[in-house]
Design a protein around this ligand. Structure first.
Ligand SMILES: C[S@@+](CC[C@H](N)C(=O)[O-])C[C@H]1O[C@@H](n2cnc3c(N)ncnc32)[C@H](O)[C@@H]1O
Length: 250
């Protein structure tokens, strides 16, 4: 599920430093919805800490202890209260409901088995207060890109970064696509001139196809009410990069 990939939370934050439009989107949704927020797979709190700093009571559920420790440290530095919970989004029971449940940045795609996806979505449904919303974003599978995943290691464009502890870091990725499982199986290589491949981490992400997505939701008692194709709220179309989904209890 990518445990190794998420075992160095600082490296993860340096690899993906931006995403401000996503933060703004989720923040605005939390403000419009009002009330309490639960994020599943909250990572280092990239979205949840800003939402909590806006005054929403927030809970973050995360599998990786390293990501959670980093999230806790960042929230403490900002004197922002968040209820951090180590847990597995495949099945969880927090004993309460929320006004907004989020799964951001493809976190849902770490669940490869349909049974796991459904059990996660049913747990989400059980945690929705009356009138609550469930919002998540996953990439829109591009069959041309998936077909090009040939297992060859290549530099990943735009993902080199500067690490204050190590210097300039290059990122190479080798990916294949398992069409039967709908899973992209990648290996990510992080290197500096002095330390080639100082981290080599598998990362495997399922694809959820546009026609499949509402069916999965409906099986879990959820209804897709809006699907956007980008962070500006453009309606979803086949060439969109993401599926940004707003759901309610059915
Ligand atoms: C791509 S990161 C996204 C982190 C954060 N949501 C963000 O937007 O920056 C995916 C996160 O999902 C977590 N994760 C993966 N599988 C999980 C599971 N079964 N239960 C809870 N968290 C999980 C990973 O540990 C990782 O922190």
């Amino acid at each position: 599920m990518g445990e190794r990939f998420y075992s160095d939370a600082r490296l993860y934050d340096r690899l993906f430093p931006g995403g401000e439009r996503a933060v703004d989107f989720y923040r605005a949704k939390a403000d419009r919805q009002g009330g309490s927020v639960l994020e599943l797979g909250c990572g280092t709190g990239h979205k949840l800490i800003p939402i909590a700093s806006d005054g929403h009571p927030c809970t973050g559920l995360e599998l990786s202890s390293d990501m959670l420790a980093e999230a806790r440290g960042k929230a403490d530095e900002r004197a922002t209260a968040v209820d951090w919970v180590q847990g597995d989004m495949r099945r969880f029971d927090l004993g309460r409901t929320f006004d907004l449940v989020l799964i951001a940045a493809n976190s849902l795609l770490h669940l490869h088995e349909t049974a796991d996806l459904l059990s996660c979505l049913r747990s989400v449904r059980a945690h929705l207060a009356p009138g609550a919303r469930f919002i998540f974003d996953v990439f829109n599978p591009d069959v041309r890109l998936l077909a090009g995943a040939d297992g060859v290691r290549r530099p990943r464009d735009g993902l080199s970064f500067f690490d204050p502890d190590r210097g300039d870091v290059r990122v190479d990725v080798a990916e294949t696509y398992d069409a039967a499982a709908q899973v992209t199986r990648g290996t990510w290589y992080f290197s500096t001139d002095l330390e080639p491949d100082f981290v080599v981490a598998p990362l495997e992400l399922r694809s959820i196809y546009p026609q499949e997505l509402p069916l999965l939701l409906s099986q879990a008692g959820l209804r897709l009410v809006e699907r956007f194709g980008d962070w500006s709220g453009r309606p979803f179309t086949g060439d969109a990069a993401i599926q940004l989904c707003v759901c309610e209890a059915d």
